[in-house]
Ligand binder design. Sequence first.
Ligand code: MSP
Length: 525
Amino acid sequence: MAQTNSFFVTTPIFYVNDVPHIGHAYTQVAADVLARWHRQRGDRTWFLTGTDEHGEKILRTATANSMSPKEWADRLVATAWHPLLSTINITNDDFIRTTDARHEENVQKFLQQLHDENYIYAGEYEAWYCVGCEEFKPESEIVKGEGAFEGEKVCAIHSKPLELLQEKNYFFKLSAFGQKLLDLYAENPDFIQPESARNEVIAFVQQGLDDLSISRTSFDWGIPIPWDNSHVTYVWFDALLNYITAAGYGQDDAAFASRWPATHIVGKDILRFHAVIWPAMLMAAGIEVPKQVFGHGWLLVGGEKMSKSKLTGIAPQDITETFGSDAFRYYFMRAISFGHDGSFSWEDLAARYQAELANGFGNLASRTLAMNAKYFGGVVPEPSEYSEADLEIQKLLLAATEDADHQIQKLQIHEALASVWQIVDALNGYITEQEPWVLAKSEETKPRLATVLYTVSEALRALAILLAPVIPEASQKLWCALGLEPALGEVSNQRISEAGVWGITQPGTAQQALEPLFPRIETEG
Ligand code: MSP
């Protein structure tokens, strides 16, 4: 059984045939927010991402660019996939490449074990293959080609022609695991989330599973099958194993035991690989199945799944260069219900940036620090007696923290953020009602002014902690301006549970001026 204080989260590993777009970055940010939140909960957290480098798709791209596939992969990893991590501020603990020796060796070990235990056999195969998906397609996912592809069978996802493959292949006895998988889904209702994804997978498995072709002979860019070097391993069988080879499987049993099982965050297009094939592979090897598989929705641009191949791809840096990485992270976590599709538009991004980040949160922080500088010389005042309105704020901090933590446990990131944002809205309302600028006019109301400004400063402390997983840069800047770093250390080291505890900011703390956290952006036209 997984211990409750351990959290291992993964993203899919990304194909290196092309550079990242915001759909890839979306998966990464979601996993990163979860990892950061769990670290701040004090959970033993491990966050893995990486790249998927074998297979026909990568081979063809490399060849088209007159490079060897390894040279191509090295170049893409160095120039695009590693830099993406800093572009969007990702705090992964490891980065696995499927060309790493630690991966290749242990994939072979895993295959050999399944072969020795008769879960793998040799057979003939003839089926329609989509190189874009790196997957054989059943009739139900094949459509008739149109335009240039008239008369051809094309992939429903990529709208590109399929290729008929006839090969001698090795097969994994996936069909033997249908009932075991259905039992797993029944006994562990949270195994696949959200509910719609779970239902779809159950219906798919109930139809009966075919065995899975797991080797190829028509090209050699892959991990050789250990007992027959004329075959290379099917790219998905190779790729799924990254989650355990990176965690220590085959090399470091203690590390593996302390990390596994993982929570997998994946796009809904690759849910079946993770919720059907992957647990069956692990069951065959006698390894514990993942803790959970969460299928998130697609980012849509102009109503279609955003993708490079359909030329709707947007590079993450196109957004971060203008809005910054915090805004990128906030926008995708806030505007899209995690688990559902969501439309991206520049207008929506710009509007939320201005209304929520700049006016709602940034302005609240700057105003508070400016008032405290003006009325108390930038030193946190001693609160006097608390009124009903002040106590309401204290109660809200506690309730919102608990609720947000609960939502994160359910992977409902957008709900968690909405809970935290109640604090932003409540504080803006509180300042409007309390009118500190009026209280500042007379000596008599100075004690009340002190209580009001203490209340807002202390609530900003809580906000910095709770928002650090989503907008780490702004939260750290605010934390420093609140004067909290000398006594408490960086904001990312603060516990979520402390956010709702009242009175941690000490009166007498010296605050500093704060530059606008989300400066106004001049948009063209
Ligand atoms: N290499 C495989 C995964 C192997 S995991 C053992 C793969 N790679 S991918 O680069 O094509 O996609 C990686 C992730 O990006 C997937 O979760 C996919 O759903 C996600 N996205 C790609 N386009 C997307 C959108 N337009 N919107 C949201 N996520 C999208 O599949």
